[in-house]
Write a protein that binds this ligand. Structure first.
Ligand SMILES: Nc1nc2c(c(=O)[nH]1)N[C@H]1C(S)=C(S)[C@@H](COP(=O)(O)O)O[C@H]1N2
Ligand SMILES: [Mo]
Length: 301
């Protein structure tokens, strides 16, 4: 697909995995000079984050509006019209309105973020997203001082989303964050993967990515963002409140009622590969633990 949305097109489009070798070397140099921000440091520390292949990332998906099989989103999500697109930003903001996708992109700086993605189902990937910080997008609308939470909504089109005829969830898919979580520099709106436009199955044209939370918090194909002073309802919490909390921070010490969260299966590791240990806050503990100081994470799961 053409590079319509200004995600920088690089040689990565031709040889994605190979180009990352160069980048990693660059990161090591930058880390040595102490010039990197929190996100970069997280990437440089600990294990070397090896991104999954384009094929892994775009063919094993959860996007229930298109069906519940992992292959359904890739098979059916191209039916979604993503141009034109706009995001309504409303509620407790100074400049509520419909923000055209092109106008948002014209004002955002798209950068690359290599993040772990940990699904609550206990599989994981490493994804090289392109995107911008959610805080920068919210600044377009001007968050008012009384706002405490951010609510998100996915597009709902019965004629384009074959999965929504079944009441798997109460459509449209909705999610929410506390305002400080939304404003955290690790929280991004992703518009690309490997330097290409984000495919429909991954949430085109823009989707939330909150890397320290279970994947279902990272809501796809966002059409509405509402600033509010009360905690918003969220799809999976409404469907099964005992199993999915509002916070849903990745936590190896708090098991899902029906399975352990201590380990995970890294997609692409091969059929017989060993499971890897799940990290507290998905490996972003240093950056985000302070957000939850004094909270009982077994109660606020
Ligand atoms: N609108 C919407 N957003 C969604 C989902 C969904 O079904 N609908 N699935 C979530 C889940 S469970 C996960 S793990 C991630 C998967 O993102 P990916 O397919 O890009 O890996 O998207 C999340 N966002
Ligand atoms: Mo998930």
């Amino acid at each position: 697909m053409a590079n319509r949305w200004k995600n920088t097109l690089t040689e990565r489009d031709v040889t994605p995995e190979a180009a990352f070798l160069n980048r990693r070397q660059l990161m090591a140099g930058v880390a040595g000079l102490g010039l990197m921000g929190a996100a970069g440091r997280a990437q440089a520390e600990g294990e070397d984050l090896e991104p999954n292949s384009w094929e892994d990332i775009t063919s094993y998906n959860n996007y229930y509006e298109f069906g519940t099989d992992k292959g359904d989103p890739k098979r059916y999500a191209d039916a979604l019209t993503i141009d034109p697109w706009s995001v309504r930003i409303d509620g407790m903001v100074d400049r509520p309105g419909d923000y055209a996708f092109e106008d948002i992109m014209a004002q955002m700086t798209v950068e690359e973020r290599i993040y772990r993605l940990r699904c609550v189902e206990a599989w994981s990937m490493v994804v090289p997203w392109n995107g911008f910080e959610l805080a920068d997008m919210l600044a377009l609308a001007g968050v008012q001082s009384g706002a405490k939470f951010v609510a998100f909504e996915t597009v709902l089109r019965e004629d384009e989303m074959r999965g929504v005829s079944r009441p798997v969830l109460d459509w449209p898919y909705i999610e929410g964050l506390r305002l400080d979580e939304a404003m955290h520099p690790l929280t991004i709106m992703a518009t690309g993967i490997y330097g290409r436009d984000i495919p429909n199955q991954n949430g085109a044209p823009l989707r939330l990515v909150v890397p320290w939370k279970y994947g279902f918090k990272s809501i796809k194909s966002v059409v509405r963002i509402t600033l509010t002073d009360t905690q918003p309802p969220t799809s999976w919490n409404k469907a099964a409140p005992r199993e999915y909390g509002f916070y849903s921070n990745v936590n190896p010490n708090v098991d899902h009622p029906r399975w352990s969260q201590a380990t995970e299966r890294r997609i692409g590791g091969g059929l017989f590969s060993a499971r890897i240990e799940t990290k507290m806050f998905n490996g972003y503990e240093e950056e985000v633990a302070s957000l939850y100081k004094g909270m009982d994470l077994t109660k606020n799961f």
